[in-house]
Write a protein that binds this ligand. Structure first.
Ligand code: NAD
Ligand code: TYD
Length: 329
């Protein structure tokens, strides 16, 4: 199995999950180790995997690694909406050209591909409805990030239909858990508190996300690898929707601070209001169920992880906050 982006948040958790629960796989990782990739996330399993530092846009390298793999699980991407607003170029390159490069290698060598994507490809939902995205909701991405992820999904589908490659796709809701970069919402707030700063809430904090534990995302991906139908797309999500304000308040409470001890900062341009996935297909077809049913418990464990692993997140914290300061957020 070749895992692209295996030194990033979800990819590294996927590598650990795979080694723990599916020892039948030999795992190779291809990761450029951008600012978001972290070799330390794989430190405890370094002797059980092959880690290749390299670019998914490097056709010769990708060809060589895919030729030796039966299965490619494709996590590698530029993943942060705020960064895509300030500099979209790496998003077009890694998310579109990178996925194209992998697809061509998969086509040449007949490997199976599972493409990891996001519910952000569908655009957003109104706050005052109970509508949910389904596998057939038309794409309507808002940000450079989601537009490039939407494009990469389209490329995968076209390669399935036109060239008959064996590929599946999944679009998951927002993830939380250990090993997530401090630029993202939950770790930013937790590490702000741990460094004596206040959490930062964009705009009024009314935007809603469906928070899914990273291990539940990865168990869903493994089910798709085992029992998913070729060419199919599966939506993944816990069903637990919360406003950003509710999350900040919960984090503050879990960390023993007053619930209103946060700053409001200027909103993100084009900020998507609400995401929510209808996960009937993966639940009924594959029998998937999230194990982290209690968000509060999952967040408490995540807070503990950041408390206990300052060595892991501290080196990136100041640079991340200086980027946010430049953006006024
Ligand atoms: P991340 O930013 O933490 O990790 C991305 C990894 O990809 C990093 O290790 C980085 O070094 C690597 N990478 C980037 N460009 C590369 C390139 N050109 N070549 C090789 N490696 C490269 O992201 P994440 O949160 O772990 O997200 C992983 C995947 O899951 C992405 O495809 C993302 O769109 C998708 N996703 C994320 C979420 C979420 O909530 N984080 C939700 C749904 C889907
Ligand atoms: P983020 O983790 O960037 O994920 P996405 O934008 O892909 O959903 O942000 C999650 C939500 O939190 C989003 O609505 C933006 C908001 N947010 C804040 O309010 N403050 C912050 O400091 C950050 C990083 C995000």
């Amino acid at each position: 199995m070749l895992v692209t982006g295996g030194a990033g948040f979800i990819g590294a958790n996927f590598v650990h999950h795979t080694l723990r629960h599916h020892p039948e796989y030999e795992v190779g990782v291809l990761d450029l180790l951008t600012y978001a990739g972290n070799r330390n996330s794989l430190r405890t399993v370094a002797d059980q995997i092959e880690l290749h530092q390299g670019d998914i846009c490097d056709a010769a390298l990708v060809d060589r690694l895919v030729a030796r793999s039966d299965l490619v699980v494709h996590f590698a991407a530029e993943s942060h909406v705020d960064n895509s607003l300030s500099d979209p170029e790496p998003f077009v390159r890694s998310n579109l050209v990178g996925t194209f490069t992998l697809l061509e290698a998969v086509r040449r060598h007949g490997a199976r591909l599972h493409h990891i994507s996001t519910d952000e490809v569908f655009g957003d939902l109104a706050l005052d409805t109970t509508d949910r995205f389904t596998e057939t909701t038309p794409y309507d991405p808002s940000s450079p990030y989601s537009a490039t992820k939407a494009g990469s999904d389209m490329l995968v589908r076209a390669w399935v239909r036109s060239y008959g490659i064996h590929a599946s796709l999944s679009n998951c809701a927002n993830n939380y858990g250990p090993l997530q970069h401090v630029e993202k919402f939950v770790p930013r707030q937790v590490t702000n508190v741990l460094t004596g700063a206040r959490p930062k809430l964009y705009g009024g904090g009314v935007n809603v996300r469906e928070w899914t534990h990273v291990d539940d995302h990865n168990s869903a991906v493994h089910l798709i690898l085992e029992r998913g139908r070729p060419g199919e797309t599966y939506l993944i999500g816990s069903g637990d929707e919360r406003s950003n304000r509710q999350i900040v308040e919960m984090v503050l409470e879990l960390m023993g601070l007053p619930r209103d001890d946060y700053d409001r900062v200027p909103d993100r341009p084009g900020h998507d209001l609400r995401y929510a996935n209808d996960t009937t297909k993966i639940r009924t077809e594959l029998g998937w169920r999230p194990r982290f049913a209690d968000l509060r418990q999952g967040l408490a464990a995540t807070v503990d992880w950041y408390r206990e692993n300052e060595w892991w997140w501290r080196p990136g914290k100041e640079l991340t906050e200086s980027r946010y300061r430049r953006a006024g957020r």
